[in-house]
Design a protein around this ligand. Structure first.
Ligand SMILES: [Ca+2]
Ligand SMILES: [Ca+2]
Length: 142
């Protein structure tokens, strides 16, 4: 994993959306508020179908990994084979229902969330989809 992070960090040239959520010094992800989480979600679920999949998943992984670095230094991209390998490990860890896509509940396990917000994702809650989630989110948080 360390190697991936290093290599990815020399690669990304474009604006990295994830970087703003990392602590300037420790480079750890900060606890996200519900609003920030939804920003991340809608940024990467570009077509809004309720899943981060295929190209969206690749984009997310690239940025997630390379955001560890403070700046983008080189023009080189994360190689396809490295990305594939990374994706395999990643999906094994986070794709709970093994459908090859990341849904909102799975992303919630991946990102650090603020305590009160985290409760929404505990197992006895009835949220089935991102659409439902956004409804609840709108009522209780914004
Ligand atoms: Ca999508
Ligand atoms: Ca899944």
């Amino acid at each position: 994993m360390a190697e991936y992070i290093y290599k990815a960090s020399v690669c990304q040239k474009n604006y990295n959306f994830m970087r703003q959520f990392r602590d300037r010094n420790t480079r750890k992800l900060k606890n996200l508020t519900s609003a920030q989480f939804m920003e991340v979600w809608s940024h990467y679920d570009a077509d809004g179908n309720g899943y981060i999949e295929d190209q969206e998943l690749d984009n997310f992984l690239r940025e997630f990994v390379s955001s560890v670095n403070t700046s983008d230094i080189g023009p080189e991209m994360l190689s396809e084979s490295m990305l594939e390998e990374l994706k395999k490990c990643f999906m094994e860890a986070y794709d709970d229902n093994k459908d090859g896509k990341i849904e909102i509940r799975e992303l919630a396990q991946l990102l650090p969330l603020e305590e009160s917000f985290l409760l929404l994702f505990r197992f006895d809650n009835p949220l089935e989809s991102s659409v439902e989630f956004m409804k609840v989110n709108k009522n209780s948080f914004i």
